[in-house]
Design a protein around this ligand. Structure first.
Ligand code: ATP
Length: 354
């Protein structure tokens, strides 16, 4: 099994299908052994990007550097990487042990070494007592574990995964994602992982590439994406419930407020996480009037869905004692340090000047 991952760097990558450009000027990179996630809504180009990296489709422009060497023109077989797809295809007539060791057998790895590798990964993935069974005798989650074990044992320094957990139930998804993460760290393999599930991306990744309509919206650590969204797309895609976006024109804000970069206050939007909104709002810097539409009980908090006088929908994550009534109008507020500021014209983040 590999103990050293490959670095990967994607530079100015483009992909068109006929006249339609589905990826435009994509740039990102990850160090050896890192876990990088391609995250974004359906159709944003994640799978296309993964297929370009593994060599299933040809790039229209740009570079894909694996350990510093451009592989963009090379066939898939020469890229030395492994892939796991959503629909894991195990060989039904082979035992689990034979399935896992398939790649090693093809590469004629000596028997003793093969057994050592299979035993190690089987132990790591809790498959040790299933090695003699056939795939048909395993649950879906166990089968997916075998598919992951097969690619992880293959010794490839780079493994690409396209929504590998999407066929599993919620509990298994959470279990297996922590197994993948710990294998990534234990084996040192570099992983590029595709998902549209932000909680999966935030919990597993060293770096996240957030995509929107074929363009990279933001690249950063999960914390950077959450705490410093680069634009309104990032602010509203990351976080559950998403960041509230309010137009500055409908908000009461401190008279001394200034925006960096010459943007006028009348030209900006404010982004506030639901957990940063509060009431009563007397002592808070920013305020907006809103009417309660509905209230959801979430266990630790209430999600209070409201609509401002100007008609904007907002959500307050509320953990206080007495909950307002549906239909009641109240003033909610927040403080300066919880305020994200974006330009109304292009959605890009800017900062408040204190
Ligand atoms: N072979 C193709 N020919 C033409 N257009 C394609 C082809 N493959 C993908 N596309 C288009 O490229 C865009 C990106 O598709 P892609 O499958 O990469 O998105 P995705 O982010 O992986 O979506 P999902 O999460 O739904 O799988 C889509 O608009 C899709 O219709």
């Amino acid at each position: 099994m590999s103990n050293s991952g490959a670095s990967i760097e994607v530079k100015n990558l483009r992909k068109s299908w006929g006249a339609v450009e589905v990826l435009s000027d994509v740039n990102f990179g990850i160090e050896p052994g890192g876990f990088l996630t391609l995250l974004g809504p359906s159709g944003c180009g994640k799978s296309t990007l993964l297929r370009l990296i593994c060599g299933l489709d040809e790039v229209s422009g740009g570079q894909i550097l694996i350990n510093g060497a451009d592989v963009a023109g090379k066939p898939a077989a020469e890229r030395n990487l492994g892939m796991v797809f959503q629909n894991y295809a195990l060989f039904p007539h082979m035992t689990i042990e034979e399935n896992i060791s398939y790649g090693l057998r093809i590469r004629k790895v000596p028997k003793a070494e093969k057994k050592k590798s299979v035993d190690r990964v089987a132990e790591l993935m809790a498959l040790g007592n299933l090695l003699d069974r056939k795939p048909g005798q395993l649950s879906g989650g166990q089968q997916q574990r075998v598919a992951l074990a097969r690619v992880l044992v293959s010794g490839r320094p780079l493994v690409l995964m396209d929504e590998p957990l999407s066929n599993l139930d919620a509990k298994l998804r959470v279990e297996i994602r922590s197994e993948i993460r710990s294998l990534n760290k234990k084996l040192g393999i570099t992983i590029v992982y595709v998902t549209h599930d932000q909680s999966e991306a935030l919990s597993m990744s060293d770096r996240v590439v957030l995509m929107n309509a074929g363009v990279v919206a933001q690249v950063g650590t999960p914390k950077e994406l959450y705490e410093h969204p680069a634009n309104t797309f990032s602010a509203t895609f990351i976080g559950t419930p998403p960041t509230n976006i309010l137009d500055s024109l409908e908000v009461a804000f401190p008279a001394d407020l200034k925006i960096a970069g010459g943007l006028k206050l009348s030209e900006c939007l404010f982004g506030i996480r639901p957990e940063s909104l509060a009431f009563p709002a007397e002592d808070l810097d920013f305020k907006v009037r809103a009417r309660v539409q509905s209230i959801e009980y979430e266990g630790k908090v209430f999600l209070i869905h409201m609509r401002t006088d100007a008609g904007t929908a907002i959500v307050v994550s509320y953990s206080g004692g007495s909950v307002p009534d549906e239909g009641e109008e109240i003033t909610v507020g927040w403080n300066r340090d919880a305020t994200h500021v974006f330009s109304r014209s292009d959605g890009k983040a800017t900062t408040l000047v204190y």
